[in-house]
Write a protein of this length. Structure first.
Lengths: 283, 261
């Protein structure tokens, strides 16, 4: 910036050129969250002034009390603390479902992306499966697999795997043809092409696809738990809904969001650490 | 002895004739530069030798044997872009070819064989001037360095023919001169047979021992795809030969002309 602006020149920067620094950015980002909390506080106070027994917008002290309850009370079924029992059950289902989806996406994406023959055979089937709304097959899963863990895990896997397979297939298929020609001139056979050229380049994209699938995976988990379950984060929310227990539902929703954010951060960390070349950085 | 031989080769896509009646002998240790206007089949010619394309008619012979229409380790290639693997460091990029040959299943080497492969790769990287960038990923390299790496990667396989597809087209003029010196030195030291496609006629006449110009001999204005391109000029060069005026004009005419008004 010139120290002495020309007379008549505007010293105010254009809006599109104003870039907040790191500290300012954090502060600016926190602002809307604080405003929302404040709005909630005001609305909650107003409702309680009207009706001290209001349940729709519980006060923060009521929520603190509820949090104390479900972090110390024991779940009668498992004998564990309620929140712990719910979190463990939900993360177990989510983890297995994601693992199945990721593994099948990795294998099928690699196969379909590198072998045009496989793409010709399996591509249409996967495209058809991908357009079926997963929650619509939930009853089928309950009938076929029972009401236990299997059907919930299957819903998550079926819900996200087709998207991941298609995403990875198109990614591998769009890797520059020059790379494949070059690898062949270096003596690579089909197997070596798949494991040394396509697979390593697929990995960061796999993590990317997994990050994008986390949102839908939570939706399918909570849907399955809401319909038939006896423990789990989604189960708890839908259970206490019957008593208008917003003081439990809101902290549970916040906890689920926190878990989701942590999972996303973890995946991003793994991708940056494991595949630095994909993030434009050095070693 | 000729390393590569084309006997009356035609390439057609349905009705469209891309190459017609191409008959050539490419001698061992020659540096053949291929020029021609856009759409005159230069790239098709290169893909034909590379094995990505099969002739519709005619034969391509490598060392007297009919060539399979598939890329193989007897022909190395450097493209204008995407020739190196972005997920491997420079050293691993060069080791790739050795690993593929020696470890068919794992495509990775261990112990003394790995050390031997590493030594070969280091030597090759030094030959192209990348001895200080062995552990760097391609994304951190300049365009010129990436092309040096692509050449080292190809040479480690000792290909019978090295194919260059506009290898220096995307580089700055200064870097391009360095690359000209490098490829000339490698060509002499390793006794390479090189086929290089280029847009730059000056580059072709500077580097080549022989220049092939591709163009269409016959044009039917009613059916532009009716006739294919073929070799219109085949010039053996000593270093003093200048491009014929008609060829310069033919190539210049292919470039987009500014409107006089």
């Amino acid at each position: 910036m010139p120290a002495h602006p020309r007379p008549g020149a505007s010293v105010v920067r254009r809006l599109v050129d104003m870039r907040p620094r790191r500290g300012a950015r954090l502060l600016l980002g926190a602002l809307p969250i604080l405003v929302l909390l404040l709005l909630y506080l005001i609305a909650s106070e107003a409702r309680h002034a009207d009706n001290p027994a209001d349940k729709v917008l519980p006060t923060f002290s009521a929520m603190a009390q509820a949090i104390h309850g479900f972090t110390t009370d024991l779940d009668p079924a498992s004998g564990r603390i309620v929140l712990v029992a719910d979190t463990v059950a939900s993360l177990y289902r989510l983890g297995i479902g994601l693992a199945i989806a990721t593994t099948s996406a990795l294998i099928l994406g690699l196969l379909l992306g590198t072998v045009p023959l496989a793409r010709a055979i399996l591509g249409p089937v996967i495209a058809v499966i991908a357009v079926i709304p997963p929650v619509a097959v939930l009853p089928i899963l309950f009938i076929a697999l029972g009401l236990d863990e299997a059907s919930k895990i299957a819903l998550i896997a079926i819900g996200i795997a087709p998207f991941m397979v298609r995403d990875l297939t198109s990614y591998v298929a769009s890797l520059p043809a020059e790379q494949f020609a070059k690898a062949q001139t270096l003596g690579a056979n089909s197997w070596q092409l798949a494991v040394r050229v396509a697979l390593p380049q697929l990995m960061p994209r796999l993590i990317e696809a997994l990050r994008l699938s986390m949102g839908p995976a939570w939706v399918f988990l909570i849907a399955a738990e809401a319909v038939a379950s006896d423990v789990g984060l989604g189960y708890r929310i839908f259970l206490v809904r019957r008593y208008f227990a917003m003081d439990i539902i809101l902290p549970y929703v916040a906890w689920i969001s926190l878990l989701a954010i942590a999972a996303d951060a973890l995946l991003l960390f793994v991708s940056r650490r494991g595949f630095p070349w994909a993030h434009g950085g050095g070693r | 002895m000729s390393a590569l031989e084309l006997r009356n080769v035609w390439v057609e896509y349905g009705e469209k004739v891309v190459l017609e009646r191409v008959s050539l002998d490419i001698a061992e240790r020659s540096f053949v530069a291929v020029v021609g206007p856009s759409g005159a089949g230069k790239s098709t010619f290169l893909r034909l030798i590379l094995g990505q394309e099969a002739p519709t008619r005619g034969q391509v012979l490598l060392d007297g044997q009919p060539m399979r229409a598939e890329c193989g380790p007897d022909r190395g290639v450097v493209f204008q872009r995407y020739s190196v693997f972005p997920h491997l460091t420079a050293l691993r990029n060069v080791m790739f070819g050795i690993e593929c040959a020696e470890a068919p299943v794992t495509a990775r080497l261990f112990g003394s064989r790995r050390r031997a492969a590493r030594d070969t790769a280091v030597e090759m990287l030094a030959a192209v001037g990348l001895e200080h960038s062995m552990d760097v990923y391609p994304a951190q390299m300049s365009g010129g360095m990436q092309q040096r790496l692509a050449i080292a990667q190809a040479l480690v396989k000792h290909p019978r023919i090295l194919l260059l597809d506009e290898p220096f087209g995307a580089l700055d003029p200064g870097i391009r001169l360095d690359m000209h010196a490098l490829i000339t030195r490698l060509w002499q030291e390793h006794g390479l047979t090189i086929v290089m496609v280029t847009h730059d006629i000056g580059e072709a006449f500077k580097l080549g021992t022989r220049v092939l110009a591709f163009d269409k001999r016959r044009v039917d204005p009613q059916a532009p795809h009716r006739f294919g391109a073929t070799v219109t000029y085949d010039l053996s060069l000593d270093r003093k030969t200048l491009p014929p005026a008609a060829l310069v004009e033919a190539l210049g005419g292919a470039l987009p002309q500014k409107d006089p008004a």
